[in-house]
Design a protein around this ligand. Structure first.
Ligand SMILES: [Zn+2]
Length: 127
């Protein structure tokens, strides 16, 4: 299976599409913003603007470009879905979920501990 954006018959990447320029096979953005991500890219473009996305991508160290591209796309979606809190709202929801799950885990650990104690007491009383 080929990675997104590396196929030779591919359509132009999202950045080349927005800039209405030819997307050649050596396009530096094709691997990060393949044509298949147009819908998601539209949100990122609305938030940052393609010139700023290009600037950010060019300034990022090579090894961090995949994470930056992923982050740009996720921020775009977050702001499209929640125009007040954007990515912060996503983080807050995840924090609430973590807190809820930690409370559940704590409750379950306490229950397990209580059951172990009951079992040990039962074993001691049956001797
Ligand atoms: Zn391109």
């Amino acid at each position: 299976m080929e990675a997104l954006g590396t196929n030779t018959k591919r359509r132009p990447c999202c950045i080349c599409m927005w800039k209405t320029k030819t997307c050649n096979k050596n396009c530096e953005f094709a691997a990060y913003f393949p044509n298949e991500m147009q819908g998601v890219y539209a949100s990122a473009n609305k938030l940052f603007g393609t010139p700023n996305i290009i600037r950010m991508m060019k300034l990022a160290p090579q090894d961090q470009k995949p994470m930056l591209a992923f982050s740009i796309l996720k921020e775009g979606v977050a702001w499209t879905n929640d125009k007040i809190e954007g990515g912060f709202g996503v983080i807050q929801n995840l924090m609430r979920e973590i807190n809820r799950l930690e409370a559940d885990l704590s409750y379950l650990r306490k229950k397990i501990s209580e059951e172990k104690e009951k079992k040990q007491l039962g074993l001691l009383l049956n001797k």
